[in-house]
Design a protein around this ligand. Structure first.
Ligand code: FE2
Length: 255
């Protein structure tokens, strides 16, 4: 199974670099569409838009609609849960009746479990006891397949960049890490930090991918790459688990 992960597109129609963010997003989807073999699925790990506005979601939805494979989205701290839910409700996987945007997708050889790590108090992550219960239910709903977990905020200490902790407190992050201790979970994939990082959740490998919005990307990139988004492909092998490849988007106009 092949999963294309994208993250942090931060679509903002009235920002000075609005066109660049739109171009980054479109080029990325066009690049994924050209891959052979094609990924089975695209997962967007949040901060789809920058201001939570309805018109920003409409724009993002139109871009994602060009993907040749199914797309699943998470909420990031810049997203608005209600507007995101409204925009993506037509796809049917965002269950109504909960404030939280968390769900499991069972139709692939690897189950996809998407979590909601948003806080009502800050841009950092939160994971309350209610969400722990919901996560446990999602994990236990099927007991045969391996699982890939997706979160916006990474549940491990990120040792590059100024901030190591992306949850509000170490206790909240530990609580989530503890709940993820299941031998069927083969990988944890996150965004939010805008630069690549790798770590562990117990014995589970965990990664953060860079942001798609090139102007918001952190870390050093060669000049030739400055307008070329990078995204990640996670290939699952039943024997070896996940192998992650970072891809540089081709520098040509989206089709
Ligand atoms: Fe974020």
């Amino acid at each position: 199974m092949i999963i294309a992960q994208i993250s942090d597109t931060h679509i903002a129609l009235d920002s000075p670099d609005a066109d660049q963010r739109i171009r980054d997003f479109e080029l990325t989807i066009a690049d994924i569409n050209r891959l052979d073999p094609a990924p089975d699925v695209i997962v967007h790990t949040g901060d789809i838009v920058h201001n939570g506005r309805q018109d920003e979601y409409a724009h993002s939805l139109a871009t994602l609609a060009k993907a040749r494979m199914p797309v699943y989205v998470l909420a990031g701290n810049k997203d608005d849960r209600m507007r995101l839910r409204e925009a993506f409700s037509g796809y049917g996987y965002l269950a109504p009746g909960s404030d939280f945007i968390d769900y499991a997708i069972d139709e692939f050889p690897v189950r996809l479990v998407a979590l909601d790590t948003l806080s009502s108090r800050s841009n950092k992550g939160d994971f309350c006891l209610e969400r722990i219960g919901r996560l446990t239910d999602l994990i236990n709903a099927e007991t045969a397949k391996p699982i890939a977990v997706f979160t916006h905020h990474p549940p491990f200490e990120v040792t590059v960049g100024p901030d190591r902790l992306h949850f509000e407190t170490p206790e909240i992050m530990s609580r989530l890490r503890q709940a993820l201790q299941c031998e069927r979970i083969a990988g944890v994939f996150s965004g939010h930090v805008h630069r690549a990082a790798a770590g562990q959740v117990g014995r589970i490998p965990a990664t953060v991918m860079p942001c798609i919005a090139t102007r918001l990307r952190k870390g050093e990139y060669p000049a030739a790459m400055q307008k070329r988004p990078v995204y990640q492909i996670h290939r699952f092998d039943p024997l070896w688990g996940f192998a992650t490849e970072t891809r540089i988007v081709a520098d040509r106009v989206a089709t």
